[in-house]
Design a binder for this molecule. Sequence first.
Ligand code: SF4
Length: 1023
Amino acid sequence: MSAAIGFLAGFCREHPLDDKILLVPSFVAGRQIGDALAEAAGSWINLRFVTTSMLAAEVLERAGEAGAARPMTSSAELALTDRLFRELLAAGELEYFGRAGASPGLALALHRAIRDLRLDGRTSGDLSPGQFLVERKGRELALILARYEKALADDGLLDLAGLLGGAAKAAAKGPLVSFWVLSPLDSRLSRLESELVKSAAAGRLILVPGDPVVGLDRPRQAWPAPGPADLSGAGRLTWLFAPRQAPPEKEARIEIFRALGPANECREILRRLYAEQVPFDQVEILTPPASDHATVFHLLAARTGLPVTFGDGIPVSFTSPGRLFFGLAAWLADDFSSDEIGRLLENGDLTLPAGPSGTALPARTACRLLRNAMIGWGRDRYLERLAALREGHQADLAALATGEGEEDGEDTEERRSGFKDAIAGIEALSAAIGRILDLVPRPGAAGVYDFRRLCEAFARLIGEFAGSASDLDGRARQALLDRLGEFVAESRLPGLPLKEALDLIRTAGIALRIGASPPLAGRLHVAALRSGGYSGRPHTFVAGLDEASVPGRGLQDPVLLDEERAAISPSLQTSADALRSDLYGLAAVLASLRGRVVLSYPSFDVVEGRESFPSSVVLQAFRLLRGDPDLDYAALDRALPEAAGFLPGGPDRAFDEAEWWLDRLTAEPRPDGRRSVAANFPALAAGLAALEARAGDRLTAHDGLVDIGPLRAEVDPVNGDQAVMSATRLELLAKCPFGYFLRHVLKVQPPEEVAFDRTRWLDPLQRGSLIHEILCEFMTAVAGRGEDVRASKHAGVMTEMAEAHVARMKLRVPPPSDSIFESERLDIRETLAIFMAAEEKRETKGRPLAFEKAIPGESIALDGRRSFRLRGFIDRVDLIGRDTYRIIDYKTGNPAPYEGLVHFGRGRTLQPALYAVALEQMLAREQPGRAPRVAESGYLFPSRRGEGDEIMVRDFDRGRLRALLGDLLALLENGYFIAGPSAKCDYCDYRAACISGGPESSAAKREANPEVFAAYDKLDEYK
Ligand code: SF4
C-alpha cells in the first residue's frame, strides 16, 4: 500500500462521518484512488474527489457568485488570444511579436505565457518593460494581456485563472465550505491554486504525505514539507536518487530491459505478460509525455483486439471523425483535391448519406466515379465534371438504343445496365458533393475567409458526414463539435487567408484527446507518467525511459524567458523549476509504486537508424538494484541482456500471430514452411509450383508457353473470328509476347490510375492527343482551301484553333497552377510552330487528302489462304503524285526508338508498312481500275526533341511484310508467349504484376528450347 493510500485510509477511519474532499489532478485519478482506498481500507464514506477548478466552481456557487461569468475552456482561451493578437497586429501595434506574423505556434506560446502569468496572479499592471530583456517585448506582452483582461470583463468570460482567483477571493471573505480539504503534499500547484485551497479549507487543510523521495529537493511549487519524512514504510524506490543511503534490508522488485524502438518495447512488455501469464488487469504501463508508446498500444489494440484502457485517452486524430476533421482541412488547403476527398471516402471517414433508394452509394463506386470525372482540383470542377461524365454515359446509352454503340463481343444488355447504374451513381454522388460544397463558404472579395463561417462549416460537415460506428467515434465527433462550437462563439476575427484560417482550425483538434478511462477489469491500463501510478496494480511497467525523453530537455519558454519570469515574480516557474519538478514527480510516482516495477528504454531509433541511450533514471535504478552506487553506464550496458527485437524469443512469448510465425520460422531446426504452406493453401501451392516450374530449364505454361486451343476462336486473329488486330497490338506481340498474353488473352487490365500530378498539366498521352486534334483541324482547314502551309499566312489560324482546343482541354484536365499551365501552353505553341516550319520546308508538298482516316477492319492477307482483320486510324494521307500516296503519323514523343528504322524494325515498328498496305487496298476498292501505291509512310516529329524531322519507310517488300506478319502471328497461334528478348520492363504497365521474370529469365532457357526461340529470332531478320 502506498503512503498516500495508507494515510487516507487512516483519515477516513478517524473521520468517517465528516465531509472530506481530496484534490486530484483528474476524475480518472480520483476514481483509481477511490478503488485503491476501498481495497486498503475496506470501505469509506463522505469523501469526494475534486480538481482545483471543481473546487473553485463549488466555492463560487456557495458564495452566490456562480453564473456571473461564462467559464471558458482552454481552447476558447487560445482562440481569444489569437483573435486579440491578430487585431493588434492589424492595428500595427505589435512591432516585436508582429515580425513573425500570426501563426498557431505563436498563438499557443502567447497563450501559455498569459496563462502562466494569470495563474500566478499577475495582471498587465504588474508588467513593466524593465523586467524584460527587450523592453519592446515587455510593452507588447503587457498590451496583449491588458486586451485579454478587458475582453474577459467586457464579454463576461471566466478563464481558468479568473475562476481560481475569483473563488480564492470569495473564500477569503469567510468560511464557505465545511469539509476537510485534503491535498497531496507533493501536488505542484500554481499560486492561485494554492491560495484557493488554503482559503477554501479555512484551517481544515490536511496535507496527504506521499511516499518520500530521498536525494532530490522538493519542487518550489509543492507544499512545504511539514517535517522530516517518515521512511519506515517506504519502498526501495524511495532511494532511487540516493542509492548510497538505501537501507540494505529493503528489497526491490525492479527489472530493466531495453528494446529496438518503442514498438518492440511495447511488444516485449506484452511478451513478458504472456510468458508469465500475468492477467492484464494486474498491470499498469506508464509512458513519458509525447512518447510513441501509447500510440503503439492503441494500434495493437485496434489490430488485435488487445483490451486496453488509456488514462489520458487517445488523440482524436486516431478516430474516424478526427481523420475527417484533419482530412477536410487538407482538402481545402489542397484546393479541394479530388485525391484527398477520395482518400476520405475510401477509408470510410467520409460517409455519404443514403439516397432516395435508402442505401448510400458504396465508397468504392464513389471513388471510381470521382476518378473517372477527372476533377483534380478546384471546387467548381466537381459538379461540372460529374455532369460531363453523366452526359457522356447518357450519350453512350442513347447510342446503344440506336445500335450505334454496340461493340463486338460485348453484351449489350449488360452495357446498358452498366451505363444506367453509373448515371444513378453519378447523380447520387453529385447530390452529396453538392451538399458538401454548399456547406463550405466561399472567400470574400479580398480572397479571405470568414473564420466563424468556416468553423461552422467544419462543424456541420463533421456533424453530417463523420462516421460514428464506435462509441469512441461518437465521443470524438461530439468533442470536435464542442471545440468548434467554442471557436464559433469566440470568433470575431477579421477575414483570414485560407492557410491561416485552416491552421487555426486545426488547433481545435491537435491537442484533443478522447476516451480517457480509469483502469477496468480485464484490461491493461496505459497512462502518462505525470497522471498515472494510481491504479495500485501489482505490476508496473515504466516504458520510454531514454535520455531524450526523461526527464526532458528543460527548454525555456520562448515568450517569457527564465530571467524575465524571475524578474516578474518569484513564484513563476522557470525551465529549471519545470525540469526539477518533472524529475521529482517521476521519483514520487516511482516511490509510490508497490509490487514489481519494470523499467525499459528504446536503445535504438529504428526510424533514424541510430542508437539511443538510457535516462539517468535507469542508471539510478540499476545502482539501487545492485546496491552499488558507483556503477556507470558501461556497467549497465554490460549487465543488460540483448535488446528485445522483432523475434519474440519463444512461442509462449509470442504476442500475436505474426510473432508466432516469426518465432517458428527462425527456430532451429528450421521448419519446412514451404511444405506447410503448400499443404494448407491451395492457391499458394499453385504459386509455388509455378515458381518451381519457372526455375527449371524447360519452358512451361508458367513462362508463357500455353495452349490457346480452348480460346482460339476468341484470341487468334487468323484462325478465330473475334480478335481484330491493330498496329499497336501487333507491335506489342513482337516486343513482349508475355505482355500481349496478359493484356489480350488473359485480359488483365492495368490498374486504373488517375493520379493528378502537381508538377505537370498533361501527361504524354493527353498532350499527344491534343496536338493530334489541333493538327487535324488545322490541316483540314488549310487543305480545304487548297493552300500549302505557310507560317506567315497561317500562324493566326493555328493560334486560334490551338487556343480553343487548349481551353477545352483545360476544362477536362485541371492544371495544377497557372504557371504550369502557361508553360505547357507555350510548349504546345512551340510544337505547332515546329510543325508549320517542317511543313513549309517539305520538298514534296503533295496534297493532303484525308485526316484521321479510319481503317475499319481491313482484311490483311498473310498468304493466299490466311488473313486477319486490321483496325486503326491514319493521321494523315497525302497525294504526292498520280496514284502515289504518303502516310504521315504525328509523334510528339522521342524519335530515338525509330532512328535507324529500315522497313519493319524487326516487327517492333510495323505501323508504317501495315498502314501502307491497308490504305492501298482501301483506295483500290474506292477507285476501281487504279493501282494506288503508298510511296512513303512514317512519322513526323513536331517537337523540340524531334525538330520537325521525319522518319519514313519507303520501297518495302509487301511479300516480306506478309511473311513477317505470318511469323509474328505464328507465335500467337503456337501459344509462344514468352517474355520478349528485348522487352522494356521498366516502361511496362504490367511491371508490378508480371511474374515472368522478364527477358533475362527467358533468355536463360534458350538452349533447352531452341524451337521456341528460333521462332522469336526469325523476327530479327525483318529489318
Ligand atoms: S514486365 Fe517485362 S516481361 Fe513482363 S509483360 Fe512487361 S515487358 Fe513483358
